[in-house]
Ligand binder design. Sequence first.
Ligand SMILES: Nc1ncnc2c1ncn2[C@@H]1O[C@H](COP(=O)(O)OP(=O)(O)OP(=O)(O)O)[C@@H](O)[C@H]1O
Length: 286
Amino acid sequence: MIAIKTEQLTYTYSQGTPFEKTAVDHIDLEIEQGEFVGVIGHTGSGKSTLIQHFNGLLKPSFGRVLINGTDLWAPDTNIRDYRFKVGLVFQYPEYQLFEETVFKDIAFGPTNMGMNPEQIKESVYQACHFVGLKEKYLEKSPFELSGGQKRRVAIAGVLAMNPDILILDEPTAGLDPKGRERILGQIKEYHRARHTTVLLVSHSMEDIAKYARKVLVINQSKVAMYDDVAKVFSRAQEITEMGLSVPQITRVFMQLRERGFDVNESVYTMDYAKQEILRLLAEKGV
Ligand SMILES: Nc1ncnc2c1ncn2[C@@H]1O[C@H](COP(=O)(O)OP(=O)(O)OP(=O)(O)O)[C@@H](O)[C@H]1O
């Protein structure tokens, strides 16, 4: 099933003024249900503008957005439903925490959805479990927590709505390496357990390589590539020309190939690299 489909999707800011800017330009895209997609692109390429169409925060200037086959802006579509079905985690989402307890903050979405108190409680506890937040924090003020914990509360608030599609815009920005790995690991676990479609916008090619199965490359308001991680990173030259990079380990393996070593050119994670090196050593009888 196709979870997200766009047809000629176009969005122009400040249309008809001297500041007019087309940030999404006639994009046709199909993302399968249950896919884990890394979204990459140069600053200002249009990633945030694109993803804000998927839960109806932005209305296309032209073209259509279909979620699970439903045109979001058709006259009989209730757009509000899609604000819950498609969970959007913004950059620095902890700035949007405002309730007096962590519990109330996470419960905000489920309450608005009209869940009953029992369902709300269950959703909040489940969401806490997924983001690795201990229950003892639920009665604290979100403002007493560390930066990493606040981020988890904010993400839990979106997971508690049990979205079909989860979209995260740089969810680990500003966190230390351990905090980054924890949050991304938990998102991966959520994806595995729920088969939710996940879109992860990131400037870290290492993170994309480690967690995503497909990569969507946005360049100058258009889709430049949408393919499996290995295929995208094997087009290193094109990626570099767009002002992006490939994972460091991919660059190392490309250099090995240039120097005549018979290694796979699309190695993109450390685990894969280890396997390739062991294979090469075995071939050489080392
Ligand atoms: N509210 C706005 N009004 C006018 N122009 C905007 C607005 N928001 C974004 N833009 C412009 O639209 C283009 C795409 O911006 P967008 O934020 O979608 O890019 P991005 O790829 O998400 O960038 P980043 O990686 O920096 O978050 C940029 O040229 C940006 O300046």
